[in-house]
Ligand binder design. Structure first.
Ligand code: NAD
Length: 505
């Protein structure tokens, strides 16, 4: 560990002698694989290193999840709820530390990290309230039976998460999974596993059985792939890139294991000429430049009505030049660096492609932050059209393509000309038009006169190549449950079925 402050913060949670290791059944187990080196995005220096987890972990994970899952489901629903509330309380208590770890080790501006950690606490509190309300249903069947439906845990679920919102994504998936009674194996990104490990420890401190939530520290193509192929899991929930998601769904299908995929996006943010100018301008900036554009729901295609197009782009370029881009540990920073070198190179390549395609840059980009060798990209507005490569492929950086449209029908057509369908928004004062547009856009989340508001109580997921299945809300509990239909004969002298139709006395 090359950062004293990070080492001090981690000492509250992880035993120093273990370094960065996997949390399995309440114990830290060091990997034996290749050395993984994590660098600081601000200056490219090495922050810490650890060894990749190896397959030898899998039998231990199997025992840990089986024992803990059985113990967890044997508790009353109320007891599970109390522990989940306590997890929320532990997260709140440690919020400042977790946010600081996220800023140092996951390159996330500290002000963003604090908000995300608070949301993690809300997630456990929200699902704590569901544990004793996950009751089944009685179906009014047209026979003499009482037919009831119950929801049961799947067993153990595997969750694989990306680097862009590490602790947020971990809480987002762990909370509904355990509320529905499951045990969890979570494999965070190899680049950002620290806050997921801390969350795993807090879950145990709150009183959950050790082994209910296990965190595996390692690469996707090694241990991640082995977990899908060999671990005793009943579902894979994947949050990450479309290419990896496709690969994971195929691997899971080979074992007849269902998957939920939360993938990328190329969301359309539509500005009509009657929109509240200042609000739409602020909304358009937040939609793409918040989190340095490393957000799956980023409003990365900015559709602007043609009669206001040039003025809106000019105003946005002027306003965007004022953002404070810099070190994520600085509390003033609004836009931090790109998380890692690979992603930085991808964004730079996309900017070069844009140039070759004839996209014009409004404002400036790739201006290095002083005293830094880091992976910084300034907020960038490209003017272009929807057929451009950069308008169709995910950039996952602070780069927006501004596209003009004629009228309502044209805006809807352009917005839907994408293979993704994660999110979108419309800015207009015309209520009827707002609802007409919302109805016709093919996306899992849509905002009217706003952007990026999400809450654990509302379902989230994609259309098209943005994935399938839903996270958050009641839908996530259903994703993490098996459904059982029970038929109870209640007639005094019942007819006994021979086939589906024929009945015998
Ligand atoms: P990624 O697909 O490279 O990696 C995601 C996770 O998959 C990591 O933990 C990685 O180790 C693991 N992985 C990689 N190869 C694997 C394999 N062969 N088997 C098993 N696991 C494997 O994605 P990323 O670069 O970390 O994240 C960025 C992407 O995530 C973007 O496309 C973004 O849109 C998407 N994302 C989507 C959502 C959503 O909710 N829809 C949220 C956040 C991020």
């Amino acid at each position: 560990m090359n950062n004293e402050r990070l080492q001090k913060l981690l000492a509250y949670y992880l035993p120093a002698e273990c370094g960065v290791a996997s949390l399995v059944g309440g114990q830290f187990i060091r990997g034996n694989g290749e050395i993984i080196r994590v660098r600081k995005a601000h200056d490219g220096s090495e922050l810490y290193s650890y060894r990749d987890a190896d397959e030898a972990l899998i039998p231990q994970l199997a025992d840990a999840t089986k024992n803990a899952g059985t113990a967890w489901w044997a508790l009353t629903a109320q007891a599970r709820g109390r522990i989940m509330y306590q997890i929320g309380a532990e997260v709140r208590k440690e919020a400042a530390n977790i946010a600081e770890i996220e800023a140092i080790a996951s390159n996330k501006p500290v002000r963003d990290a604090i908000g995300e950690v608070q949301k993690v606490a809300e997630m456990f509190e929200y699902y704590a309230g569901w544990t004793d309300k996950l009751h089944g249903e009685v179906i009014p069947v047209p026979t003499t039976h009482l037919n009831y439906v119950t929801y049961e845990p799947l067993g153990t679920v595997l969750q694989i998460t990306p680097w862009n919102a590490p602790v947020f994504t971990a809480g987002w998936q762990i909370a509904p999974a355990i509320a529905a009674g499951n045990a969890v194996i979570l494999k965070p990104s190899e680049l950002t596993c620290l806050t997921s490990l801390v969350l795993g420890i807090l879950i145990e401190r709150a009183g959950a059985p050790k082994g209910l939530v296990n965190i595996v520290a390692g690469y996707g193509h090694t241990i991640g792939q082995s977990l899908i192929a060999k671990a005793p899991i009943r579902k894979v929930v994947f949050v990450g890139s479309p290419a990896t998601g496709r690969h994971i769904a195929v691997a899971a299908a080979q074992r007849c294991i269902p998957a939920v995929l939360e993938l990328g996006g190329k969301s359309a943010n539509i500005i009509f000429d009657d929109a509240d100018w200042d609000k739409a301008l602020r909304g358009a900036q937040g939609a793409i430049f918040g989190g340095a554009g490393q957000s799956c729901v980023s409003g990365s295609r900015l559709l602007i009505q043609e009669n206001i197009y040039h003025m809106f782009v000019a105003d946005m370029a002027t306003a965007s030049a004022k953002f404070k881009v810099g070190n994520p540990e600085d509390s003033e920073t609004q836009i931090g660096p790109i998380n890692n070198e690979k992603q930085y190179k991808h964004v730079c390549n996309m900017l070069n492609k844009a140039k070759n395609e004839g996209a014009v840059v409004a404002g400036e980009f790739t201006v290095p932050v002083p005293d830094s060798e880091g992976f910084y990209i300034n907020p960038t507005i490209l003017t272009g059209h929807n057929d451009m490569y950069v308008a169709q492929e995910e950039i996952f950086g602070p780069v927006v393509v501004a596209i003009p449209f004629k009228d309502e029908a044209d805006a809807i057509r352009i917005a839907n000309e994408s293979r993704f369908g994660l999110a979108g928004a419309v800015w207009t004062k015309d209520v009827g038009r707002a609802h007409r547009v919302a109805k016709q856009i093919k996306a899992g989340t849509f905002w009217i006169n706003g952007y990026k508001t999400i809450n654990v109580s509302s379902p989230f997921g994609g259309y098209g190549e943005s994935g399938y299945g839903r996270s958050s809300g009641l839908e996530a509990l259903r994703e993490y449950s098996e459904v059982k239909s029970v038929w109870v004969e209640t007639a005094e002298n019942p007819l006994v079925n021979f086939g589906y139709g024929a009945q015998e006395k």
